[in-house]
Design a protein around this ligand. Structure first.
Ligand code: SAM
Length: 280
């Protein structure tokens, strides 16, 4: 295995800086730098871009992104123990890595980034899902990012790319596919991580579309879809009762039979319904 940079191997970095993995922070590290460089390549042409990385940990993916030529990486990490290891990387790539310490859910990174911007992350799954939904539902489109390359539990990755009629189809699939093109680009077994998690993982690459596939208000669509799939086995006329007393009329106006279940309705139908809801 060839080295991707002149920095020490990640096992050594972890030992030197005492970075024992903490479960509470979802720490399952990638220590194979050839693998992290491969994930970085899935992020597309990073050379022309600033890259926002959330949760760099000891810096495996960070080093992958920098060795692949990222113009600038802004890394947000909650665990202060990682700072010295990340500072060593910053010193090896002068002027190309900025590290912010804190919770990515509370920090607005935009002041530190210059477009075009790509996002790459290997995050605990609950934080990853929350951020993904935020990145997909700003009021205005296109968003600040051109692409998102994100590691998820395999089951969550499958929910992002799912099609109508499948069990995995739901809010994540609809929000992702409404405004982006989403693909699973890599599968990783538990053994790729240290310590190994209980489940397999997958990398999803999302490219922002210039415009949403169908018109709709992001907040209304998000609300309708969340409610529809909250009780996914119910007919839509009862699952969506909380939206409006006229829900049957709204469903009909959107071209959806009130007796349909959420699983059967394609993206176009939910966008039409969100427009009807917004009208009233
Ligand atoms: N990117 C590294 C890698 O691939 O080896 C670490 C991945 S580990 C799955 C997740 C990282 O996210 C950890 O370093 C953890 O401390 C960090 N993290 C967890 N919650 C976070 C949050 N809310 N904001 C920023 N970083 C967070």
């Amino acid at each position: 295995m060839s080295a991707i940079d002149s920095l020490p191997p990640l096992r050594e970095v972890i030992q030197t800086h005492g970075l024992s993995a903490r479960k509470s922070l979802g720490q399952n590290f990638l220590l194979d730098l050839n693998l992290t460089a491969k994930i970085a390549r899935q992020a597309g042409n990073v050379a022309a871009c600033d890259v926002l990385e959330i949760g760099p940990g000891p810096g495996g993916l960070t080093r992958g992104l920098l060795s692949e030529g990222a113009r600038h990486v802004l890394a947000i990490e909650k665990d202060s123990r990682c700072r010295p290891a990340l500072e060593e990387i910053a010193a090896a790539y002068p002027g190309r890595l900025t590290v912010l310490e804190g919770d990515a859910l509370d920090i607005d990174p935009l002041a530190h980034l210059t477009p075009p911007i790509r996002v790459a992350a290997n995050l605990p799954y609950n934080v990853g899902t929350e951020l993904l939904i935020r990145w997909l539902t700003p009021r205005d489109w296109p968003p600040f990012w051109e692409s998102l390359t994100l590691m998820f539990q395999r089951e969550v990755a499958e929910r992002i790319v799912a099609l109508p009629g499948s069990k995995a189809y739901g809010r994540l699939a609809l929000l992702a596919q409404w405004r982006a093109e989403a693909r699973i680009v890599m599968h990783l077994p538990p053994g790729a991580f240290t310590p190994p998690p209980k489940v397999s993982s997958a990398v999803v690459h999302l490219t922002a579309l210039p415009e949403p596939r169908f018109p709709a208000d992001a907040a209304v669509l998000n609300r309708v879809v969340a409610m529809a799939f909250n009780q996914r086995r119910k007919m839509l006329r009862s699952a969506l009762k909380g939206i409006s007393p006229d829900i049957e009329d709204l469903l009909k106006a959107a071209g959806i039979a009130p007796t349909e279940r959420a699983e059967q309705v394609p993206l176009e139908g939910f966008c039409a319904l969100a427009r009807e809801v917004a009208k009233r």
